[in-house]
Design a protein around this ligand. Structure first.
Ligand code: ADP
Length: 380
């Protein structure tokens, strides 16, 4: 009987102990959760960030804005509770907050703040979602790019100024050399040979200056693209006509295999320049024939320039579009190359939203592909 009595007492004790642990565990867990929400220190982190941070509610109202955000937009009081439009009066930012509702990844945009001291901002925004996928608002981080943009503009202006300054004396030197060469009938004399060398080198400098200027304009996006429907076969015919004399001298055959009616929405001058650089390279470094072709499939248009020359080593194929990269420096110089031609091709293609690549097997020629999206080409 006493045994039973002790067993019941033990059981009651154990159940009590279990309940006590359960309650204590819950209290601990709740306590930790409270600490986690109360003191994550996130507002302190945001407060000290140099970037502007904005947190919005599901209905687009500002839930939190850090001091950097208020400074960036010159806000005197806390914008909490207002819409983004009410607080900063910038349509693009307001639209972005609306657009983020339907986005699942980070969205990046750049915009300019109007005013006397024009400011350039980059904003990264992402929607916040609960576990069930319900929209919980958005977080936006604003970076002030004004200083970087100004430096970039200064660099571009500098390149343009230096190039213009170099151009004038160079054309004067060239003018004198040509006059002296005309007056020097004997090609065998030292003076004649020296003059010829000066002429070659001033030509090279002139090409270099032109290419640096072109690249700088393309990189700055200075001239927008003049997009029109371009007939590719006609464009290629124009390129081949301009290079026929050079090809004849080197006994290189030129072929245009582009279908008659194929068109691309593009800037014809820029595309002409890209195609011209590729065909010229095909003649300079290639073998006996350079072919232009094009095909369209699956929302893409592939414009190809192929030659049957010595080709390009595999390790150079990835680097060939870099500025000043040459497989054979001496040969490029001897051909009057600047090392910038393919960078220009790449930039022009990218401005059209496309990509440039090369396929080559040593000894079996090289094929350059410019691939453009055809569904909707927007100037990048
Ligand atoms: P470059 O002014 O030297 O021709 P590019 O940027 O046009 O400069 O070309 C870079 C290098 O790529 C060239 O120096 C050459 O070594 C190589 N290259 C370009 N096109 C061809 C080609 N069709 N066949 C073989 N090599 C080529």
């Amino acid at each position: 009987m006493t045994g039973w009595y002790v067993a019941i007492l033990l059981l009651v004790g154990l159940v009590g102990l279990h309940l006590w642990w359960l309650l204590r565990y819950r209290a601990l867990a709740l306590g930790q959760a409270a600490v986690a929400t109360k003191a994550p220190g996130m507002t302190d982190v945001f407060a000290n960030m140099p970037e502007g941070v904005l947190l919005t509610s599901p209905d687009g109202l500002i839930e939190f804005a850090n001091p950097a955000f208020c400074r960036l937009f010159g806000l005197a009081d806390d914008p909490t509770g207002r819409t983004v439009m009410e607080a900063i009066r910038i349509h693009q930012a307001n639209e972005l907050v609306g657009r983020l509702r339907g986005e699942s990844s980070v969205v990046q945009e750049e915009f300019t703040l109007p005013g006397l001291d024009q400011r350039f901002l980059q904003v990264n925004g992402v929607a916040l979602r609960e576990k069930q996928g319900r929209h919980r608002g958005a977080i936006l981080v604003f970076h002030d790019l004004t200083r970087l943009k100004r430096l970039e503009n200064m660099r571009q202006e500098f390149v343009a100024n230096v190039s213009h300054e170099l151009r004038t004396p160079l054309s004067i030197i060239k003018g004198y050399v040509e006059t002296l060469l005309d007056a020097e009938p004997d090609a065998a004399t030292t003076a004649h040979r020296f003059l010829k060398k000066i002429e070659n080198h001033s030509d090279r400098l002139a090409y270099l200056i032109e290419d640096i200027l072109t690249l700088s304009t393309l990189e700055s996006g200075g001239t927008g693209l003049d997009l029109r429907e371009v007939n590719l076969r006609q464009l290629a015919d124009g390129v081949l006509d301009g290079l026929r004399e050079m090809a004849d001298k080197k006994k290189v055959q030129l072929e245009n295999n582009i279908p008659e009616a194929l068109t691309l929405r593009a800037d014809s001058q820029r595309l002409f320049q890209a195609l011209n650089n590729l065909v010229e390279n095909g003649i300079k470094y290639g073998g006996e024939c350079v072919r232009i072709s094009a095909s369209q499939a699956d929302g893409e248009l592939d414009l190809c320039v192929a030659d049957d020359g010595p080709g390009i080593p595999a390790e150079a194929c990835d680097r060939i579009f870099e500025r000043f990269f040459r497989v054979d420096k001496a040969r490029s110089r001897e051909m009057g190359g600047t090392g910038l031609g393919l960078s220009i091709v790449k930039h022009i293609t990218q401005l059209h939203g496309g990509t440039a690549r090369v396929e080559s097997t040593l000894g079996q020629g090289a094929t350059f592909h410019l691939t453009f999206p055809t569904a909707e080409v927007e100037a990048a």
